[in-house]
Design a binder for this molecule. Structure first.
Ligand code: FAD
Length: 343
């Protein structure tokens, strides 16, 4: 059993909450899951961890991306969790974009010299392989929560108040008491935080919802029986992702600033399907065999994520994880768990 001495509530049921519950595994925590009531980006994501040439010492965002990836890899190597499949992301470009990509990847290879890539990519082009972790959110969630002391309660919180060192969370199904609360609510965080400190309010006011649409095909090996491991062809702006363990293909995704919606834009996805198809040397299953999905990312102010305390008592948040939620969450969880366990 986890320690009973702290009554910790995490609001949210995405990767930020799952990772934190795991890093707080010596404590009993309650996760209040709004997943049945509203959108969870972590279940509507193409969920890959890959450094993509990011290096330390260039920007504070780049440093955080590298530190988070280190923490994720450390977690992966130490615990061998379920729901993480290792493979490669191939960044691929042609002559037209050569100058742009060479700045990021001064050392590159030729597609025509690689038998797997030249079979699958149409034009004579250049590429760089990067190690990538293909994450199955449902499986990773199960593993993280099975290895924590988290109790999951389905509810949607409408208000949080503090009275005599105790928080009361009002939900649609009931009220909850807590000594400490962590909001891991993605782009909805803004609406649960009326009395937080000024700098956090400023941060939230400058965050944006950013929609991402993508296509999904199940039973991928019915079409491509020879593929043996996960890979991602990052061709131009879009990705063709084969997820071996899940036996799925993803194509996408869009990045539409200031949009938050739960229905995918099928017209846009049809165009992306044709754009990606034009770069591939094999025939894709027909558009109609794919299902359309979308998720709403929370883009932090200056693209920076946030985690830390947000009032002068024991209210915390982790949000603004944008396109790196599956690695940022692990560094955030490590640092928040340390702070919380010292209180
Ligand atoms: C198309 C797409 C592709 C992506 N690809 C990648 C990728 O390759 N790699 C990567 O790292 N990231 C990727 N991302 C981003 C990543 O998915 C997100 O950063 C991550 O899922 C955010 O996790 P989160 O836990 O912060 O938020 P969420 O997963 O959105 O979770 C928030 C939770 O809070 C709950 N909630 C909100 N308000 C309340 C309330 N009032 N009461 C109770 N519960 C509440 C919601 O129901 C939800 O369960 C992608 C995103 C999209 C859309």
């Amino acid at each position: 059993m986890g320690k009973e001495t702290k009554n910790i509530v995490i609001v949210g049921d995405g990767v930020a909450a799952w990772a934190l519950a795991f890093y707080l595994r010596e404590f009993s925590v309650k996760i209040i899951s709004g997943a049945k009531h509203n959108h969870t980006c972590s279940f509507n994501s193409t969920s890959i961890n890959c450094l993509r040439g990011t290096e330390r010492g260039v920007s504070s965002l780049g440093d955080l991306i590298c530190d988070s990836m280190d923490e994720f890899e450390n977690f992966f190597q130490t615990h061998s969790p379920k729901g993480v499949d290792l493979g490669y992301e191939y960044q691929i470009w042609n002559e037209l974009d050569h100058d742009k990509w060479v700045r990021r990847y001064p050392e590159f290879l030729q597609v025509q010299n690689d038998s797997f890539l030249s079979q699958h990519i149409k034009r004579n082009s250049f590429y760089v392989p990067n190690t990538a972790y293909f994450i199955n959110p449902q499986e990773l969630r199960k593993w993280l929560l099975d290895h924590s002391h988290a109790q999951v309660q389905s509810d949607f919180i409408t208000e949080i108040s503090l009275n005599k060192n105790e928080y009361t969370l009002n939900g649609l199904n009931g009220d909850y008491q807590a000594d400490m609360v962590v909001l891991a609510c993605g782009f909805q965080t803004r609406f649960l935080t009326p009395n937080t400190d000024e700098s956090f309010a400023y941060y939230l006011d400058h965050c944006k919802p950013v929609v991402g649409d993508y296509l999904e095909l199940s039973h991928a090996r019915d079409h491509f029986p020879k593929w043996q491991e996960s890979f991602n062809f990052a061709v131009g702006k879009y990705h063709f992702i084969y997820r071996h363990a899940e036996n799925k293909i993803h194509i996408g995704s869009t990045s539409l600033n200031l949009e938050s919606r739960e229905l995918a834009d099928k017209d846009l996805l049809r165009k992306i399907y044709h754009d990606v198809s034009a770069q591939l040397n094999f025939e894709l299953p027909i558009f109609e065999s794919f299902s359309a999905h979308c998720g709403v990312r929370h883009k932090g102010h200056k693209r920076l994520p946030f985690w830390g305390k947000i009032d002068d008592h024991k209210l915390f948040s982790v949000c603004g994880l944008y396109k790196n939620g599956f690695s940022f969450s692990f560094l955030a969880a490590k640092e928040l768990a340390r702070e919380i366990s010292e209180l």
